[in-house]
Design a protein around this ligand. Structure first.
Ligand code: PGA
Length: 252
């Protein structure tokens, strides 16, 4: 089954307006030759609108780094799906391990966010991943199955067309440690099987499953060469235009 590759740059809490516009402009220019893959940028919400002007017409998709389930209301510090759309975004990430670990978001909250974003028509990236401790104690698959089941509760088969999963082993995020192609492939295959069990084989076959965790220009090719790795969610290396442009130009 052919799945269109998706390369995502997650800028996390980096970039002022000026820096974000420069980075977005460089990425736009450096990626303008590619038509066979989707490119998504997740800048901080404070620069989403400005960046949307920079990438307008390029096909680059803009995403929020998180999203609230409600359209509006008394949710200090939160950003709604409608606000992301109003600022020029069409997508959002949920369940990032930094949200889970630092801000204590559990599977139930990730589920509310995911459902809220999907209901409003956003393209959603659901992050899952085990910690080092969980991997060492042999719980990787159990943890991932629970994260998936919990997050996907109430998500309809139709909505799955606007969903991508990002496998991000927590021990590989920002650490310079990367899962080997084989290690990641094993998990991606498992996740695809889980989607087939929760929905059906055809939906699982179309679902894009991205890898994230210290993706760099020098490891992207071997990761993306794996049959069940359909793209990458990139943090640190996405802040450097040349690195990200090289990652997007991966050769599998
Ligand atoms: P990293 O971050 O590429 O810096 O490891 C990935 C992520 O957190 O999405």
């Amino acid at each position: 089954m052919s799945r269109r590759p998706l390369l995502v740059g997650n800028w996390k809490m980096h970039t002022t307006v000026v820096e974000a516009c420069q980075l977005a402009a460089a990425i736009r220019q450096g990626c303008s030759d590619l038509e066979d893959r989707d490119i998504m940028l997740a800048p901080p919400a404070t620069v989403l609108s400005e960046v949307s002007h920079i990438v307008h017409g390029s096909g680059i998709i803009l995403a929020g780094q998180n999203v609230c389930w409600a359209a509006e209301g008394a949710f200090t510090g939160e950003i709604s799906p409608v606000m992301i759309q109003g600022a020029g975004g069409h997508a959002a990430i949920v369940g990032h391990s930094e949200r889970r670990q630092i801000f204590h978001e559990d599977n139930a909250m990730v589920n509310r966010r995911l459902c809220g974003g999907l209901a409003q028509g956003l393209l959603m990236i659901l992050c899952v991943g085990e910690t080092q401790e969980e991997r060492e104690s042999g719980q990787t698959f159990a943890v991932l199955a629970e994260q998936l089941r919990g997050a996907l509760d109430g998500v309809t088969p139709t909505q799955c067309a606007r969903l991508a999963i990002a496998y991000e082993p927590v021990w590989a995020i920002g650490t310079g440690l990367t899962a080997s192609g084989g290690q990641a492939q094993e998990v991606h295959e498992f996740l695809r099987d889980q989607v087939a069990t929760l929905y059906e084989k055809n939906i699982a076959g179309h679902m894009r499953i991205l890898y994230g965790g210290s993706v760099k220009p020098d490891n992207v090719d071997q990761l993306l060469a794996q049959p069940d790795i359909d793209g990458a969610l990139v943090g640190g290396a996405a802040l450097d235009a040349a690195s990200f442009i090289r990652i997007v130009h991966y050769k599998a």
